[in-house]
Design a protein around this ligand. Structure first.
Ligand SMILES: Nc1ncnc2c1ncn2[C@@H]1O[C@H](COP(=O)(O)OP(=O)(O)OP(=O)(O)O)[C@@H](O)[C@H]1O
Ligand SMILES: [Mg+2]
Length: 494
């Protein structure tokens, strides 16, 4: 048989097969399609020595994206870029680099302890054309793993675990970190509803640029490292894998900067929880469930967020108002109703917040740090900040010389200068926040050199010193006057 004849015969055979398949699709009753497919697969199963495992992208009632699928995707992206012919490109991590993943209907092979494994990426598009706001959600993607059946044991016991573990590690390395804020619950329903909105987290703060005593900085860093490595330890002692930090101190001492530095140090996402937008305790719980692992949940200025000790007016007071007839005229009645309605917009109670921090629900989605910041630690309920809830209390204080040196290095690139001695002395005498020191150190024009900036700081410190001395003198004068008044009154009485 000539080559030409062979190709002609092959073409005819393929043509006949396609015709037969088209006829089958057209005239074979729909109800029998399923049976035919099942028996065909059984037939293949008898004859084929391979097993197939599928991993679907969406699972569960709420069509939640499967974590296993995502892990496999990351694992395969690391392996596929060199082998697959068709790749999809995705930009990640600060828009800095491109990650290539295998495209739909592409196949690659993997090798595990000498076992050959085939991975293919597939996509099902439903035949029924329905209108949907989420066109891509109608497509169901899945990965199929194919391997010789004699390796079933190894694949089940070690290979899949290995893929998921590696995949998760790769996802963490590549992930774009996010800064979330909670949406008011009126926006939780409907199209594209989410409880949290996010932007890319791009705060540049780090522990290197944070101005504070070196010893304390190291302690905090060690504490954080210990926490991230403590999964087994927390399981052993029967505690949820979370840690609470209370940052307190005057405004401008770096509390918010510290949260950003922590997030950058640990490579965590940040959830900035605005308590006043949360209607009640049940909403607070729902928000907590929606947070992901490896994240910092921060509630800024916790003392101002809510009146956690008593939201509503005591009943007695309310009754007194009614008795006085203040609520009888329709306008004030309506006003009152509106006020009450407004009051309802934040019914989070102290106990709700306590449960949020260390109730049963707090253990869901693991590895979490909760941070409260406040200017007035003494205003907070002791139950809220007791150890176990807020495990570490960190005081962010006025600028010390060590902190100043960090700022001088950050802002002016200098480690020493003759003015440092004077500044050290002044910082020992005057209370100035790192924010104020930083502002003075920052060059205000292109021509301003480090000497001018340091002189600006010295002048500001001296001014603050004079101001402090003046205030002190005034207070002493006042005290003295009061004392004299008292003595005079006493003498008159005697
Ligand atoms: N310890 C610090 N190290 C480095 N920079 C600091 C520090 N403290 C303050 N700053 C600078 O001052 C600015 C204000 O600091 P930050 O917002 O962190 O203060 P805060 O303690 O959160 O204040 P507030 O109580 O008003 O929220 C920051 O932009 C930062 O540049
Ligand atoms: Mg702040």
């Amino acid at each position: 048989m000539s080559v030409l004849e062979m190709w002609t015969n092959l073409g005819t055979a393929i043509g006949s097969l396609m015709f037969a398949y088209a006829m089958f699709q057209q005239y074979f009753p729909d109800q029998l399609h399923g049976y035919a497919r099942t028996y065909l697969q059984k037939l293949i199963g008898f004859t084929s020595p391979y097993i197939h495992i599928t991993f679907h992208e969406y699972t569960g009632e709420r069509l939640k994206r499967s974590e296993v699928y995502t892990a496999i995707q990351s694992y395969l992206s690391a392996n596929s870029s060199m082998r697959a012919k068709r790749l999809k490109a995705d930009v990640v991590k600060d828009n800095q680099f491109v990650v290539l993943t295998m495209d739909d209907h592409e196949e690659i092979t993997d090798d595990f302890n000498g076992i050959k494994i085939w991975w293919s990426s597939r996509k099902n598009t439903p035949k029924t054309q329905s209108f949907s706001f989420y066109p891509d959600k109608d497509e169901r993607r899945y990965f199929t793993l194919t391997v010789h059946r004699r390796h079933r044991e190894t694949i089940m016991t070690s290979y899949i675990d290995h893929v998921i573990k590696e995949g998760k590690a790769i996802s963490v390395k590549n992930r774009q970190r996010k800064l979330y804020t909670n949406n008011p619950s009126d926006n939780w329903h409907g199209w594209k509803a989410t409880k949290w909105s996010h932007v890319v987290f791009e705060h540049p703060a780090s522990f290197d640029t944070l101005a504070m005593a070196t010893k304390m900085k190291e302690q905090i860093k060690n504490d954080l490292i210990k926490f991230t490595k403590g999964k087994d330890y927390y399981a052993k002692i029967g505690k949820a894998w979370k840690r609470g930090y209370l940052l307190f101190g005057p405004p401008g001492t770096g509390k918010s900067t510290m949260v950003a530095a922590m997030a950058n140090f640990l490579n965590y996402d940040v959830y900035d929880l605005e308590l006043t937008k949360v209607k009640d305790n049940s909403e607070l719980r729902k928000l907590l469930i929606e947070t992901t692992s490896k994240s910092i949940i921060v509630i800024e200025d916790i003392d101002c967020s809510l009146d956690l000790t008593g939201q509503r007016k005591p009943k007695k007071e309310k009754d007194e108002d009614d008795e006085k007839g203040e609520n009888n005229d329709p306008i004030s009645k309506k006003k009152k109703e509106l006020e009450e309605e407004k009051g309802k917009s934040s019914k989070v109670t102290l106990s709700g917040l306590l449960n949020f921090i260390d109730g049963i629900w707090s253990a869901c989605s693991g590895e979490k740090i909760i941070v409260f910041t406040t200017n007035y630690v003494e205003k907070l309920d002791p139950a809220l900040i007791r150890r176990g809830r807020m495990d570490r209390h960190i005081e962010m204080s006025y600028c010390c010389f060590e902190a100043f040196k960090v700022l001088a290095n950050n802002y002016l690139d200098i480690d020493s200068h003759e003015l440092f001695v004077k500044i050290e002395k002044l910082l020992g005498e005057v209370k100035m926040t790192p924010a104020d020191v930083a502002e003075n150190l920052m060059p205000k024009s292109v021509g301003e050199d480090e000497e001018t900036c340091l002189k600006n700081l010295v002048a500001a410190l001296e001014e603050a010193k004079e101001e402090e001395a003046r205030k002190k003198a005034e207070e002493e004068e006042k005290l003295k006057a009061e004392q004299e008044e008292k003595e005079k009154a006493c003498k008159e009485q005697c």
